[in-house]
Design a protein around this ligand. Structure first.
Ligand code: AMP
Ligand code: MG
Length: 539
């Protein structure tokens, strides 16, 4: 079979809607908001939009789904992924879930503005659920409108594809479509509502089930449905664990812990801050999900959060992500307690997270520094010293690690190399030159000398070391201001920068001569601009 015959037109796509087929449905249909009891989902149709228009699509995602790129440019595609038309085999539904928001139980949340269209089976027999975000009110919309604005949709579309190519587990994005509808948003909840263009992203994942899908049934004492959902999830998404039983439930929790730890390790490696790590935003598959007020670290600052809604307590700041993920897993473990009834066994399963995270962090540190093997006698200290230095003056995290690979470690006597030569490759990563006092420079030079000596113990050439480092320290990330520039243009009807970024971010570890402008540190104008360093949950 040649590649061409693997690619279908839209009407040939095959759906096998297992979530809908195998789990209990809400007996009420329609999209009026309500508490949905005794059910995992509600049948919900997208609300038609006035003027669906294609803004962008991901050819990589389309190919994975088996959709020919030419099909993505058809009117049918725009109508289907703009929410105006269904393909045969689609059975739209919204899921019932709850969640802990900012540490507090928040009751029923659910797919308030996401509508699952169906579970597509591609030619390689992989299952992908297609979901529209921003396609109108659902039973779970509470007092909100079920819509999404263009700016947040551009951010979700670009970031999910960028994260995928960085090697970070994530939900994906197929398309970005403007709806022609106006959406009112008060971006900073400060009494300044604005009319904004509406848009819909088609998100794609093997499953959109969240920790909160399990928590809601535990909170309501609906143990029977809880068990149905856990068994379904294990059979569908974790078949390698075997037939569901108490032991398998524990093995499953361990596996969720392992995947979550891996995801967080990637976030810490690339400098991604999710911004709203509520348990309803935690994927059971360990995927990054719900791109809202996320951001990328510019200057390395573990206390930073892009989310102005969380500015006071900074619960979801960069440095807290590993602990918050563990706390969230604890909520998942509590939710499945009725099926296991053994606190010690659940606790033991949760410990998997710590073990995987701690070992994984050593590998991340070794990779970022270009060491073949982490040596716990020396490298913890070396790394801690570096992190302290990075925080003392505004240092761009991405540029610093990328350029650390350019430090020449093939020198006979590191102690005699002059400071200026040691620091030269790193100078581009500093935001405020005045902060580079003689004292600071001398401390940093000393650190680099220790680093060179450590690297020399590995017996690698500069080239070998750079190869290790450049495979884990990206050159191109979706810098906050780049996303905002693409949004500014798209709001003027120019979608070119969305495509430019999509293309550059497909190869984040490559040098890409000619594209260096996308690897530059945040310009000064972006320091305090909304959308660049400050975001809110309003989207
Ligand atoms: P988030 O903070 O984006 O994770 O959203 C928390 C909950 O609010 C989820 O149940 C969302 O579906 C819901 N939600 C957020 N924005 C909207 C909206 N514009 N319309 C309806 N529901 C929403
Ligand atoms: Mg959410």
């Amino acid at each position: 079979m040649n590649a061409q015959s693997q690619i279908s037109a839209l009407e040939e796509l095959v759906f096998e809607n297992r979530f809908v087929k195998e789990l209990p449905a809400d007996s009420e249909t329609g999209n009026s908001q309500r508490q949905v009891l005794g059910a995992c989902y509600s049948q919900t149709l997208p609300t038609p939009v006035p003027k669906a228009k294609l803004i962008a699509y991901s050819t990589v995602m389309a190919e994975e789904l088996g959709i020919a790129p030419t099909s993505c440019e058809t009117e049918d595609f725009v109508q289907v992924f703009g929410g105006n038309r269904l393909l045969s085999g689609m059975q739209p539904y919204t899921m019932c879930y709850g969640g802990h928001q900012f540490g507090q139980w928040a009751g029923q949340l659910g797919d308030g503005r996401a509508i699952n269209l169906g579970e597509l089976v591609n030619k390689a027999n992989r299952h992908w659920t297609l979901q529209l975000k921003g396609a109108g009110p659902t039973p779970y919309s509470r007092s909100a409108d079920g819509l999404a604005v263009l700016r947040s949709s551009v951010r979700e579309f670009l970031c999910s594809e960028a994260m995928h190519h960085l090697g970070v587990p994530t939900t994906r994005a197929l398309s970005l479509i403007s709806t022609g509808a106006s959406v009112v948003r008060d971006m900073f909840y400060d009494g300044n509502p604005q009319v904004e263009p509406g848009a819909i992203v088609c998100r794609v994942a093997p499953s959109f089930v969240r920790f909160g899908n399990f928590e809601i049934f535990a909170a309501r004492g609906e143990t029977n449905i809880l068990k149905q959902l856990v068994d379904f999830t294990i059979r569908r998404d974790f078949p390698e664990l075997g037939t569901p039983s108490v032991d398998v439930y524990l093995a499953w929790l361990q596996e969720v812990c392992r995947r979550t730890a891996e995801m967080i390790l990637h976030w810490q490696r690339v400098g991604f801050v999710h911004g709203v790590m509520n348990t309803d935003n935690m994927s059971i598959l360990g995927l990054t999900i719900d791109y809202g007020p996320y951001g990328w670290l510019e200057n390395y600052d573990p206390n930073w959060t892009p989310n102005t809604t969380d500015a006071v307590h900074r619960r979801y700041r960069f440095g807290s992500q590993p602990q918050i993920a563990f706390w969230n897993l604890g909520q998942l473990a509590s939710a499945i307690y009725p099926l296991v009834e053994n606190v010690d066994a659940l606790q033991h399963a949760l410990d998997t997270y710590k073990t995987v995270f701690e070992t994984g962090l050593q590998a991340v540190v070794a990779g970022k520094l270009g060491l073949k093997q982490y040596d716990s006698n020396t490298d913890g200290e070396l790394h801690a010293q570096l992190l302290a230095l990075l925080q003392q003056v505004e240092t761009d995290m991405t540029l610093f690690y990328r350029n650390l690979a350019l430090v020449n470690a093939e020198v006979a006597q590191p102690d005699t190399v002059p400071e200026e030569i040691l620091l030269a490759p790193l100078m581009l990563s500093y935001y405020v030159p005045e902060q580079l006092t003689p004292d600071y420079k001398s401390q940093m030079a000393d650190w680099i000398r220790s680093y060179i000596k450590r690297v020399q113990r590995e017996g690698m050439s500069n080239t070998e070391r750079a190869a290790i480092m450049n495979a884990v320290n990206p050159k191109y990330v979706l810098r906050n201001y780049l996303a905002q520039l693409a949004i500014d243009k798209a709001q003027q009807g120019d979608n070119s920068m969305i495509y430019e970024l999509l293309e550059v971010l497909r190869k984040p570890y490559d040098e890409q001569p000619g594209n260096e402008r996308f690897a530059e540190k945040r310009p000064d104008w972006a320091r305090q601009r909304p959308g660049c360093s400050m975001l809110s949950c309003s989207s």
